[in-house]
Ligand binder design. Structure first.
Ligand code: AMP
Length: 510
């Protein structure tokens, strides 16, 4: 495709009509730096869509005339840099193109009151309304599939997500973590306007936030007053410094696993924002659901794609069953069982095939626990209260520092009720019966009539959902995904999108 530069609204409308592929929109205000180029190249590497970069200094989001006048403009270099980093087209409209006089098509929007009543919204009156107005206009003109934004402007990102939701627009927001300069300060187009002394102050501020993040990892708490005192001692003019919930932007509560420490300072004429995410433990995804919903396959793929530990709780029940059978333990005798459980250790280790092996008391049992003998007894053993309590504790120990995706029947409800993302994966009985019938690995299932398979599945669902100990339940805050008609990869992508929506990129394992 020929690289194009488009300047007029009519031209962009024409161009759009002739484009058959999906579009990634990367809106910017120009004077591009490494943060912008990372956005452009990330979009290029994510998919085969057409990458459109827009460059427009939006007057509506400036609350100060001199700030607008002084905003650095470097259009020739921006064009070069955009194309060099993966832009297929660049849209450089004028003010009159975006806001023509007497054009009834333009909606001057109001940003979410809840989200704009915090942080920058308190001092920059009308700023986020201006951001919403220009992005809504661009989205209507370009109709992209994906909108690429930086987490550097976290509040803006939340407000735009809210805009897309309330306007029911068919566009997905993709984000990248804040890119910082060599000295720790976030890259920003406005940095070129800083004097040496101003830059020194900003460096102090950003590095204070970064070291608060480091401290938080050890102490799990934040002392705002102490940070404010240190900044004030350097004569840094603080507009705000807040410790908030990262999605509601309300005061952070002790039970929040992820929070945001965000601040704005003034240096001469320039106002700069910075933030860090604070996390007590790495994120957890809980995936529950009935047999045959595709849980295991989906969970393994998610673990691989997101570089999370895969916690197969079923394998733990199987491994314990294997040991009890092999050592001929009278597990119905509570005393004997409790005595055995004291000395059990179950661990997962990656093997040379990039798969996971399961060990019980140092025996590798990955293969053996899949035998028919274990399959026929595991459900009975897992319904013993002492076994359940023991393994739930073990699972919590493995997940203590997070960074995992766990699958089972009671993960979101019992094992990790504070998981950041809970999925309840299911499929209709009809679909699950069809999947079992065509399962090449199970000759047994292939020989059973479809109707009979449906009855067996119904019976198993009933037993799983109605057993006394840890029944299969959908946690209140779980998102149900019905997998009928979807390919495995589509389900995986859907869950990864939900994960990206709930977890800032900056806190994800890379
Ligand atoms: P702007 O040109 O300032 O309007 O920014 C255009 C896009 O680039 C926005 O989505 C910003 O959040 C993103 N962006 C700007 N600076 C950075 C940075 N240092 N790291 C990551 N993204 C950034």
């Amino acid at each position: 495709m020929n690289k194009v530069i488009i300047k007029k609204t009519e031209e962009i409308k024409n161009w759009r009509r002739n484009i058959k592929s999906d579009i990634n929109l990367i809106p910017t205000m120009g004077n591009l730096h490494n943060g912008h180029t990372t956005l452009i190249s990330t979009a290029k590497n994510d998919n085969s869509n057409i990458n459109l970069v827009s460059i427009f200094v939006n007057p509506l989001q400036f609350d100060n005339k001199s700030d607008l006048e002084n905003y650095p403009k470097t259009i020739d270099n921006d064009i070069k840099v955009s194309f060099a980093n993966g832009a297929d087209a660049i849209f450089i409209p004028s003010n009159e193109d975006i806001y023509p006089l007497n054009n009834k098509d333009i909606s001057f929007l109001k940003a979410s009151i809840e989200l704009s009543s915090a942080l920058c919204g308190l001092n920059r009156i009308g700023h986020f309304d201006g951001v919403c107005t220009v992005i809504y206009r661009l989205l209507n003109l370009i109709k992209p599939k994906n909108l690429y934004l930086g987490e550097k402007d976290w509040q803006q990102l939340l407000i735009l997500k809210n805009l897309i939701q309330t306007k029911k627009l068919n566009v997905a927001i993709k984000s990248i973590p804040t890119k910082r300069d060599f000295d720790g300060i976030p890259l920003s187009s406005r940095n070129v306007n800083l004097s040496k002394d101003e830059r020194k102050l900003i460096r102090f501020f950003s590095n204070e936030l970064l070291s608060a993040k480091k401290n938080f990892q050890l102490e799990k708490k934040i002392n705002l007053k102490k940070i404010i005192k240190k900044l004030s001692a350097e004569k840094i003019s603080i507009e705000y410094l807040e410790h908030l919930h990262p999605y509601t932007l309300k005061k952070s509560k002790v039970e929040d696993n992820i929070s945001i420490l965000a601040g704005a300072i003034r240096c001469g004429e320039t106002r700069l924002i910075d933030h860090v995410f604070l996390m007590k433990r790495s994120p957890i995804i809980a995936i529950d659901g009935p047999a045959g919903s595709g849980k295991s396959t989906v969970t393994k793929l998610i673990a691989k794609k997101l570089k999370l530990l895969y916690l197969d709780t079923g394998a733990m029940y199987r491994a314990l069953s294997w040991l009890l059978i092999k050592e001929k333990i009278d597990y119905k005798n509570e005393k004997i069982l409790q005595n055995i459980l004291k000395d059990i250790s179950i661990v997962f280790k990656s093997n040379s095939n990039s798969k996971q092996d399961v060990f019980i008391n140092n025996h590798c049992v990955t293969e053996e626990i899949r035998s028919q003998e274990i399959s026929s007894i595991v459900s009975k053993i897992s319904s013993i209260r002492a076994v359940r309590n023991f393994l739930v504790e073990e699972q919590r120990k493995i997940g203590g520092s997070g960074g995992l995706v766990a699958e089972g029947r009671d993960i979101g409800s019992t094992v990790f009720p504070d998981a950041e993302l809970k999925i309840f994966l299911t499929a209709s009985i009809n679909e699950r019966a069809k999947r079992r019938k065509s399962d090449k690995k199970s000759k047994e299932s292939q020989d059973i009539e479809l109707q009979k398979l449906k009855e067996l599945i119904k019976k198993r669902d009933f037993e799983d959902s109605n057993r006394e100990i840890s029944p299969l339940i959908k946690a209140n805050d779980a998102i149900e995904i019905i997998t009928d008609g979807y390919a495995i990869n589509e389900v995986v992508d859907q869950i990864i999108d939900l994960y990206n929506d709930k977890i800032p990129q900056e806190t994800q394992i890379k």
